[in-house]
Write a protein of this length. Structure first.
Length: 604
């Protein structure tokens, strides 16, 4: 089979400003075929193996009928094979659309139909789920090699041939985020925008590092935009070490992983890093050459702790999905308090008032972004989405500038850096994911027995909890509502539920969220008797960490508002309470309180 990529010019390891990510990868694979590219799940792919696997998959996609910009979904568990599929899709000219196998079927069907998915890449294990999506199925093996192609009735297979030439204006991926209409919305990003992002990361974060060997953690989920900034390392000849889901959520395991593989660069949310610090792994963090924070605001205490690291370059980055991952950032060493920094060259960040006029320095304004990293737009945008991308006439400009209105508020401080002030709408960040409160409310209103509801983010210095207050019928139980929500929303969007007799109304006519936030979270029935010493101690810890008045035996840690950070906090307190070396992951294996107590009692 002839490979038109063989005619590409050879590229240096440092990549090039005009190279697309998969072009850079192919150049590295030709120059250093034996170099390890991806390590994870007990397997290791060299650049040559990843090159061959993705090249074969690209031709399989062509034979199945994939043409430039056709969306191809990837329905795979977290694994090294994700990278083979991503490269194969891009080399065939298609657009990558990640699907989370754990997401509710209704949500997956919406994403498939909305983005007009042509084919779904999956494994034999997930094939039944893939078949329910009603698209062409291309099955890939656990070694990254294509096993077979199965076309749906009526589909006509194409013919294999030369792979299409790379094109910076071609669609690279469609990534779905939470939507204001109650449905996820797809963001369309082109290859040229990805190239601009990767070059900015390289220039500002990694190129300045001395003796950087390139051992990088693949930490972020494939369904978030930060995944692509990690993938970009393959264009520069580095090795990605895939973190499995259990390791990502357990700070003890994560610290051991970083040490075992001598990881040099980690891209993580502040929540994940706080969990490491609370669990006593500051030394493991301090051994990193580069730590990149993003996805949510950094609290002052964490900023101060990380800023004191002498051997680690720590950065706080900012950028919405609609602007291709990150458009600005700050080194923690440059500011004593949390900031999101300055825009990178090629990107312009404006602070505008409600009339889209620039605000003076020191005043609050909406962050609006222009430049090469702006996404093409949304999939089938409604009026609210269309208004996000707009043309702006600025004083002294001869041509209108295309901008994206982020909905984030900021002010420029005396150093010329931006302080992030919060949201101008109802969009929040939960565990590093972007969530529209309206989508959670819409899902709740679909649940039988829910008469009224309001949703908000409950924030403390250490963590953030998605809360929902519901007015229910007399026969409705919260467990029923939780089960229904789990079938409609991904786990990070399922809120802690509290039953209230009515939703209070503010003078604006909207729900009085401040009054609701002053209430305590819901308490489960049948409070647990604190008759045993161990249970009494653990019960007190749960109540303090989760800020609930009571805990029932069947209550689960996550239903009561627990998350990865609170799991770490609770484990540390339980260790002090019991004198036992309790692993953090015990709460993930035994989330119900009664089961957790039993598991703790069995520890030596």
């Amino acid at each position: 089979m002839e490979r038109n990529e063989d005619r590409m010019k050879q590229v240096p390891d440092a990549g090039g400003s005009h190279q697309l990510l998969h072009e850079g990868f192919v150049g590295i694979a030709h120059r250093h075929p034996g170099r390890p590219a991806v390590v994870g799940g007990g397997t290791e792919f060299t650049y040559a193996e990843l090159d061959e696997g993705s090249h074969a998959l690209a031709h399989t996609l062509l034979a199945a009928g994939v043409r430039p910009e056709m969306p191809v979904a990837v329905l795979l568990p977290r694994s090294a094979e994700l990278l083979t599929c991503l490269l194969g899709i891009w080399r065939a000219g298609g657009a990558y659309v990640p699907l989370d196998p754990r997401a509710p079927l209704d949500r997956l069907l919406h994403m498939v139909e909305d983005s007009e998915i042509f084919a779904v890449l999956t494994t034999a294990h997930l094939r039944p789920l893939a078949e329910s999506l009603g698209r062409t199925i291309i099955e890939v093996g656990l070694d990254g090699n294509t096993l077979q192609t199965v076309t749906s009735p009526g589909d006509v297979a194409g013919t294999t041939g030369l792979l299409p030439q790379p094109d910076s204006s071609r669609l690279a991926y469609v990534l779905f985020t939470s939507g204001t209409t109650g449905r996820p919305k797809g963001v369309r990003v082109e290859h040229g925008s990805l190239t601009a992002m990767a070059q900015a990361h390289e220039n500002h974060l990694y190129a300045p590092l001395r003796s950087f060997q390139g051992r990088v953690a693949l930490n972020n989920p494939a369904t978030t935009d930060a995944f692509f900034s990690e993938f970009a390392h393959l264009s520069y000849g580095r090795t990605l070490y895939v973190l499995d889901e259990d390791t990502r959520r357990d700070p003890d395991r994560l610290a051991a992983f970083l040490d075992r593989h001598d990881i040099e660069a980690l891209d993580a949310t502040p929540t994940q890093v706080r969990a490491l610090l609370i669990a006593g792994h500051l030394e493991a963090v301090g051994r990193l050459r580069c730590l990149v924070l993003g996805g949510e605001p950094v609290d002052a205490r964490t900023w101060s702790t990380l800023r004191a690291l002498s051997q680690t370059a720590v950065y706080n980055l900012y950028g919405p999905t609609e602007c291709t991952v990150d458009v600005m950032g700050a080194a923690l060493s440059d500011s004593e308090s949390p900031v999101i920094g300055r825009p990178w060259p090629g990107t312009e960040v404006l602070l505008l008032d409600s009339a889209l006029q620039p605000v003076p320095d020191g005043a609050s304004g909406e962050i609006c972004v222009s430049g090469p990293q702006l996404a093409r737009g949304y999939v089938r945008p409604g009026p609210a989405e269309e208004a996000r991308f707009t043309q702006l006439n600025l004083p002294g400009r001869t041509q209108a500038v295309r901008i994206y209105r982020t909905g984030d508020l900021a002010r420029r401080n005396s150093q010329g850096m931006l302080d992030l002030l919060g949201r101008a709408d109802d969009q929040v960040k939960v565990r590093g994911y972007r969530v529209e409160l309206a989508e959670v409310e819409a899902a709740l209103r679909k649940c039988s027995g829910v008469l009224d509801t309001a949703v908000a983010l409950q924030q403390s210095q250490a963590s953030s909890t998605l809360m929902a207050w519901v007015v229910t019928s007399a026969t409705t139980e919260l467990d029923q509502v939780r089960r229904q929500l789990s079938s409609l929303l991904p786990d990070y969007m399922v809120p802690v539920l509290a039953v209230v007799p009515r939703i209070p109304m503010a003078v604006t006519g909207k729900a009085d969220v401040k009054a609701l936030l002053a209430l305590s979270p819901a308490q489960g029935p049948c409070p647990l008797s604190s008759s045993t010493d161990v249970r009494a101690g653990l019960l007190n810890v749960w109540k303090v960490v989760l800020d609930v008045p009571e805990v029932a035996p069947q209550d689960t840690f996550f239903d009561l508002g627990g998350d990865s950070l609170k799991a770490t906090q609770m484990t540390m307190r339980c260790r002090q309470e019991t004198g036992k070396r309790i692993p953090v992951r015990l709460i993930f294996d035994h989330p119900a309180f009664a089961d957790y107590c039993l598991a703790v009692s069995r520890l030596g």
